[in-house]
Design a protein around this ligand. Sequence first.
Ligand code: C2E
Ligand code: MG
Ligand code: MG
Length: 653
Amino acid sequence: MKKRKKNDIRPGNLKTNDLRRNRLSFRIALITIVSAVFSIVAVTLVYGSMKNLIRDYNDIVDVELVNAEYMDDVMVGVYEHQAIIFHHMAEVSPSKKRDLLAQADEVESQLKTTMKLFEGNVRGSEYEVGYHDLFSLMSSYMHNVKNVVDLSKRGEMQSAYYTMHTSLEPIVTKMNDQIDKMDKAISKDTKELTQEMKRSSDFMRLVTRILIVLMVLASFFTVSYCLRISEEMISRDLLTGVSNFDKLIRVGEKMKNRKKNRLTDYSGLAISIKDFKFINQEYGSVVGDVVLKGYATILGSYLRHNEIIARNGGDNFIALIEKDHVDEFLRKINKVPVDVGEKLGLTLTSRCGIYQINDEDSIYDVINAGLIAVGETRLSGAKDYVWFRQERRDEMIRQKDILNGYHKAIDEEEFVVYYQPKVNLKTRTLCGCEALVRWIRNGEMVPPGSFIPVLENDGKVQELDFYVFDKVCRDIGDWQRRGIQPVRVSSNFSKLHLHNKGFVDDVLSVVDKHGADPYYLEAELTESSGYEDLDAMKYFVSEMREAGIHTSMDDFGTGYSSLSLLRDIDMDVIKLDRTFLRDENDAKEEKMVENIVKMIHDLDRKVICEGVETEEQVEFLKRVGCTMAQGFLFDRPLSREEFEKRLINPYYS
Ligand code: C2E
Ligand code: MG
Ligand code: MG
């Protein structure tokens, strides 16, 4: 592994997430703009086409109507002209005749103007020919009128009437027919135009509908795309880009209810980087982040398309991998090459807890099982890959059951305190006792060994310790009031209490509450938790001494208790674990225990041995100088009533 100095690395790809977010925003903006432009163009096109169509239609209809009007005017004019000519023929007064001729000229000039306008309107159109026919009929009419007027002027009235009937009237009839013909043609054209207009508007309506559908579809796609992107954004882990925990839960819950591609087709893998904390320490958290991102990206690239990997905080990942793919996946994540910067490349090894998913499992069960299994890889000597075992599952269920039942047990006082006597071996009399909790659950007594570690893991044991301590203080006060001579009672306290700054005050307030004499109290710090805070322990012990309460160190010789603890912490009593009684006939063992006891006495502490079951062990303890003992040989832990009897009769035979 090539190394590089801390802080020497400035990885550029840390900005990748910002870039990704910017790219997403750009895509959303682009889609919105494209849809908006598309909508505007479409609406403009439809609107423009409709406007043109209506304008053309109006223009054509206008022209047709004007033509029809001209023709009407022509016919009206011709009839009026003819009537004036009749009057002219019938009139005898020469001055009135002149007036009538002047009127006829005026009508004729109006007719000519109308014909001129009419001609201008039909020029170049299909009605031009019809117009020319009308025009020649009109000319012929005017020509014959001239003849009629001349005959009338000469007084040849009969000839004038004759010409009027034989020439003028047929021409007028023909003109009427011609206009009728043209009128029909115009109305036919107008009708066709209306139909065409209808067809066009139907077509435009169709186009509009299609455009509306397209716009709705475009909006739909835009919205669903935006939803998909925002869904993607809330489903991703911001640092690594793989799915986040919420997404895993959603996917897992969906898979649970599916018929195909079900949760049971997968194995749950809890994965973490081996020794990741050293990478953080060695290169700093900036590089740590880059490593995480690189690692997650590579793991993501090993997935099949319907598998998922999600980040579960820190360097912890949870993956759902198809059962037939697990072996290959594990082979790959055994060595994950990650490039950190230009010069640093790391090959990472993974730890993995694997869980074979069953029918009844929820995604939460899968995650818990995976985490338990990966937790096992951290035990010394364990392999990097650990399959979750059935016993662990049972244990999990048992632990869940304890945690579920705990609150009810506290509320309904299912926990009861038993007292186990401590005996002075020289006088064989009662010299103290230890308060030990029992859980009476559904009528059965549950020993603390099966629930204390679970509560301790879950941070609930502190409450229970105070529950027990409260009962102890209550009982001591009660015995004193009833005139029963108490002995010193040790009450167990998990070392987890030392986290709590108010621990001392909490202890003292319980003592005060019951008015118990501190002389009869002893706080026994248990060994079950690995937590060590020497300063906090020192402070607690000295405060207890100040208050007149004894302290003791439980299970000395096991777990984390050490000689330095003995030196640094000024406890009143050291409780030897019963492992010291393994072989009371072993001379070496005897020598060792003898020296330990001597050392404890030299340090001015008292010593007691737990778990004494035989007289041989009593003899052994006497030989090594330990004069106090606790064990089944004398008494098992006793209920309060039984223990009261022991207080009244404190002698052992
Ligand atoms: P411990 O404090 O070391 O308690 C001594 C244990 O040894 C008790 O088990 C007691 O019943 C058992 N014992 C006593 N004499 C003999 C003997 O001659 N032979 C054998 N084989 N065992 C003997 P128990 O009551 O099951 O308690 C187990 C542990 O549970 C305790 O060990 C203590 O660590 C924890 N515990 C019990 N009550 C409390 C409590 O109120 N708070 C906390 N934090 N832990 C508690
Ligand atoms: Mg104890
Ligand atoms: Mg013990």
